[in-house]
Design a protein around this ligand. Structure first.
Ligand code: USQ
Length: 345
């Protein structure tokens, strides 16, 4: 972190302050930081972010809930305590909606219009889309949604929740300025996301690790668009008294097996259909409404040859660091579920 901050200063002349604080544990320090800094906005990324890690053990499940839910609540409570008008932009997940619940109906941006039958006729109501998490990690993000709804209603906090899809890619225009600004690249079974894992596997000649049939359809976004979306959200906060503003932060949807086939065709690396360590639908459709960011100026980065190659090139460059024993996903959703042995040593 120290090096990256120094390099950023060297390249741009700008300072980035850094305070190492545990949001879930150090409440009083958090209040002091807010009072000293008096920020206009807080971007809240301070959560354990991996579904497989959250299912790894009772300890990991408890850590994920304690850290994520406490951290979010501490932030909201601290903002109210300071009395400052600070807007919050939170990194949520598409996984709060679950997969397949609404069939082929497009998933709306956070809220669903429903009819409530009453003895006096139907009432039209807008409700938070039903939560349908597929892991302890995703469950914490659904709990965050309730915290946001309460603090927006009770205290008038201005909150934006970004329901982000699976991030792929490694470089943003900022990190590409200097190798010392390089971002972390997770390829392991717990933290690596699927498309980056496939690209890394292709770079080292490892069979592509498709879970089950690969019929899982998921929403994706390139890392460049992630940072652009956060910028757009910061510039367009809700008003005091509004319900939390929800954006679906995704640009495209793909089926896992189609991504594997695409990469296999380009690289000649074979596809391996492995036992799925997760409890998830083997096949699902996914339609997502994602109009809000586009209306506010996002120009979606789509899956392109050049960007796929950029990830593969970076993976090849650092291939000597790959630990083959970390590639197979081994966090299982229920005790006793089957996992694959290592495919390469
Ligand atoms: N998968 C494979 N092979 C692999 C890895 C994953 O077939 O080697 C499959 C998984 O079984 C799953 C799908 O690919 O069906 C996506 O897995 P993932 O690990 O890429 O994504 P996920 O666990 O859903 O979580 C990631 C991020 C999380 C974020 C979420 C967005 O780790 O922080 O919230 O993507 S979303 O999936 O839209 O909820």
């Amino acid at each position: 972190m120290g090096v990256r901050i120094e390099v950023w200063k060297e390249l741009t002349g700008r300072d980035i302050g850094f305070i190492n604080l545990d949001l879930a544990q150090e409440y009083d320090r958090l209040v002091d930081v807010l009072l000293n800094e008096r920020p206009d906005a807080v971007v809240h990324f301070a959560e354990q972010r991996a579904a497989p890690y959250s299912m790894r053990s009772p300890k990991a499940k408890r850590y994920t809930v304690d850290n994520n839910v406490n951290g979010t609540h501490n932030l909201l409570c601290a903002i109210v305590q300071t009395g400052l008008d600070i807007s919050v932009v939170h990194l949520g997940t598409m996984g709060v909606y679950g997969y397949g619940w609404s069939g082929t109906a497009p998933i709306p941006e956070g809220y669903l219009t429903v009819k409530v039958p009453t003895p006096d006729g139907d009432l039209d109501r807008e409700i938070l889309h039903p939560a349908n998490p597929g892991s302890v990690y995703h469950m914490t993000k659904t709990l965050d949604q309730l915290l946001f709804a309460f603090y927006a209603k009770n205290d008038g906090l201005r909150i934006t929740d970004l329901h982000q899809g699976i991030v792929w890619g490694t470089q943003t225009p900022q990190t590409a300025l200097d190798e010392r600004l390089i971002n972390r690249f997770d390829y392991d079974g717990d933290y690596g996301t699927v498309l980056n894992r496939f690209l890394m596997q292709a770079a080292i000649g490892h069979p592509l690790t498709v879970h089950g049939t690969g019929g899982q359809t998921r929403a994706f976004i390139h890392i460049r668009d992630t940072v652009r979306c956060v910028e757009i959200a910061l510039n367009n906060p809700p008003k005091r008294g509004d319900q939390p503003s929800v954006f679906n932060q995704v640009t495209e949807t793909y089926r896992v097996r189609d991504l594997a086939e695409l990469i296999s065709q380009k690289t000649g690396v074979e596809v391996a259909n492995l036992p799925n360590p997760r409890k998830e639908a083997a096949e699902n459709d996914l339609m997502v409404t994602r109009d809000r960011f586009v209306a506010l100026g996002l120009e979606p980065t789509t899956l392109s040859e050049g960007l796929l190659e950029e990830v593969r090139d970076i993976s090849s460059k650092y291939a000597h660091r790959a630990d083959m024993s970390k590639i197979i996903a081994r966090s299982v959703w229920n005790a006793g579920m089957e996992t694959s042995p290592d495919l390469m040593r």
